[in-house]
Design a protein around this ligand. Sequence first.
Ligand SMILES: Nc1ncnc2c1ncn2[C@@H]1O[C@H](COP(=O)(O)OP(=O)(O)OP(=O)(O)O)[C@@H](O)[C@H]1O
Length: 343
Amino acid sequence: MSALLDVRDLRKTFGGGQTLFGAPRPEVRAVDGISFTLARGETLGLVGETGSGKSTLGRLVLRLIEPSAGQVRFEDTDVTAASTRALRAMRPRMQMVFQDPYGSIDPRMTAGAIIAEPMTAHGVGRAEAAGRAARLLAQVGLSPAMAARYPHEFSGGQRQRIGIARAIALDPSLVVLDEPVSALDVSVQAQILNLLAEIQARSGVAFLFIAHDLGVVRHVSDRVAVMYLGRVVEMAPRDALYGAPLHPYTVSLLAAVPRPDPLKERNRPRIRPIGEIGSAASLPTGCRFHPRCPRARLVAARGGDTVEAEGTRLPSACVRQDPLLAPAGGAAHLAACHFPHED
Ligand SMILES: Nc1ncnc2c1ncn2[C@@H]1O[C@H](COP(=O)(O)OP(=O)(O)OP(=O)(O)O)[C@@H](O)[C@H]1O
């Protein structure tokens, strides 16, 4: 069976060209050649630091923004080439949940109206939509009587439940969730993650789950993709990624996840990337992680073919060749690193 979602070499560049006064405007390669598939009912977690391109990728997949290049196929239809009309017909099947669901919603609408809106927009009658909105409220753990209330009368967690109810109102087969629990207290986060798992078990919806927090992604994902400056640098089934990470960036992200046991915390190796995430406006040569990579320094110290870069010696492959995302630990465990097995 073909994949629900098939993303091929997707790219998005912002800026470029010139400003009004003729100065060159920097070109930002926010998404720089990303490919992956998603099966029906699957959850792919997408993690990375701020600025790695996660939100841009999520919006491209749903064609809320136009790609610069590449292709997105959803349910065997080319989303990137779809006409406005075809795209509109697809919308009920592909939905999005935002970090703050009310950022884009009219605060003067009641919860019932907010949930009913996508249904009436797609031809469901008003009375039928109101009835379904009440049932959806119950499904997301809220009282149907809350349909008459306004956004400001809800807590953050309740608002996110309403955002989820709205997203699943038309029974989508894909929901892109962009940091859906990042703004919530930890206890509320767990409730929302459980709710999403219940919805998925019942409906078979697939999730593209975007988060900067590896701990959150671990709870919900079947597979995880780690993004760095517009690229996926590692992608693997959840247990392989957390149990045996291959890319030094993933290793460093995992080292930064706090653990509940302070004793273990003390003995944990401190692997940190050097400095801050670079800029997608001025990408390094070769491997885009090389300026921050602790492993490149380790490998160079052992000798071999090295060059002078970043004020130190680094393997010439890291500085000169852009590594491809390729199988490195079994067919399903992909990493974009010249030295995936050296630590
Ligand atoms: N509309 C835009 N115009 C110009 N640059 C943009 C635009 N949207 C995003 N970018 C740039 O693209 C890069 C990726 O941004 P994006 O928001 O996708 O990253 P992210 O990983 O989702 O980060 P965050 O977690 O902060 O949302 C960043 O360098 C950002 O500044």
